[in-house]
Design a protein around this ligand. Sequence first.
Ligand code: GLY
Length: 646
Amino acid sequence: MTNDVLIIGGGIIGLACGVELKLRGANVTVLCRDFTAAASHAAAGMLAPDAENITNEAMLTLCRRSRNLYLDWTEKLTKLTSLNTGYWPCGILAPVYKQPENKQYKNANWLDKHTINQYQPDLGADVVGGWWYPEDGQVDNRVLIKVLRTAAENLGVIFEDRITVEAISQQQGKVTSIQTNAGLFHANHYLLATGAWTNQLLPLPMRPRKGQMLSLRVPDFVTELPLTRILFGENIYIVPRRNRSIIIGATSEDVGFTAENTPKGIQGLLQSAIQLYPQLENYPLQELWWGFRPTTPDELPILGNSHCDNLTLATGHHRNGILLTPITATLIADLICEQKADPLLANFHYSRFSTVSSTTTPMLIPATITNGHRTPEFQTTVQDSPLIIAGKSFKSRLMTGTGKYRNIQEMQQSVAASGCEIVTVAVRRVQTNAPGHEGLAEALDWSKIWMLPNTAGCQTAEEAIRVARLGREMAKLLGQEDNNFVKLEVIPDAKYLLPDPIGTLQAAEQLVKEGFAVLPYINADPMLAKRLEEVGCATVMPLAAPIGSGQGLKTTANIRIIIENAKIPVVVDAGIGAPSQAAEAMELGADALLINSAIALAENAPAMAYAMNLATVAGRIAYLSGRMPIKEYASASSPVTGTITG
Ligand code: GLY
């Protein structure tokens, strides 16, 4: 038990962790630079996991768990301080201007135009209906942070205000002290809760995402509160408080720490708010402000252990800091006081950003293979983001396998030449020591390659679930403690090796519930892909053609539809036989490819792996560059305008 914790950061996360740690018996000091600069001061206080449409399954679970804690947690704070926190489970209405195609959503009810206007009279005339999220709500964040500070002070937490932390001194994997403008601070354990400013202290990928906001007041002549539910529109929300303030937010701007409100930002907010609820146009303006959300590349928080034994991280809560406060405080106190790591924390570990060797850059490929290949001497201006699967970030968009190689050396060379960071492994074949699968544990460097256990050989959902669990154990044994990935294959038919859609959906649903990041292999069926996304799969993996056939893209039309509709990565898997086909799939907008047979069965497997690496990169760059339109007739390369005519 660590009895002495120093918290860096006096925003809501630092305060709530301070209270929780103190309640569990730790001596706590909080270093606070400027309380009013914290995102928690700027926020609107929405508790909106459902309305925010969070698609990452682990994040959604975390957010909902936190929302479920809110009532008890705020009551506990009220007991400690005799103060009200402004927690109000008022529900959220999300009016829309266009009829949605699908009116069935978990945790939301569709309301037609008439009904939504009964729930909330005087909505804008363009509103055609909307969603009702009964479990979402709000808390008055500015009140809440004052209550938290009072609770912390009443409990004996020590606050050091106006402290700027300058550096975190470390020695041999331990923090030794914190350097500040007021001298050194020491503790047994440290907690970093520095929000948008995190990467000024540690090299974590954190950026500020500016949000501009404003508030209006309900005029005195309006006696009853006109709004009693949050209105959540596209790029706009209106949060009515019981004290007659109406909070309107928020822009989302990638402009660094650029301070101040701008006419453009405020105009946009007012315009959208008035369209949603026209009466606002006559309400008096009360306040304008801005803040900086702490945002990581995948927009998920960083929670849990760090590279130092005695430093814990709780930062990067992006749009959901107020919502995630109770669960963050609970999980962080469990971790620091009891060394108990909730399994969900694995999804938010900082290491997801420490990607392995760069793979998309052909220059990194061994010289023997690059012979004769000219690398570009210019910098392209195409901007790409990493491939993110279940919160883990990868630079390479090519995944490979380990099967069908003539020998283990060829497999090793091919994996290296392909530049891949994810290698799929058939759990059953490893278990039975099938030819080519002996010594796999030692053959690849699993500290650099992310294992994707697959359920190949499973004919039913039940078998696949069992094998997925074994796969998780296998990854753990190889040192990938936080690896919960599984490539789900349910294939009853041995001739065509086509996946069973019903069994796959059933198994996916169960595995998602068990906390797996599920990557299902499917026929290129857009409806099935959607259903799998809805049950929480991390990707979909539609086939280009039957496994091992090398026929190339036979399902282009359906893959296009899947890509168009998916909010999760689409990985084209199976059937690709040549680099031209790999490039073609990437040009369509696939997020990644999985290629095994076309590499392993090539006469020169490592060289083919390299070719697939280049093709994947080329296809991706081409997709990002936007190809020319196809024309029916010829169009001369040299323009004719300005030519001398006889
Ligand atoms: N939580 C809403 C926002 O960050 O704008």
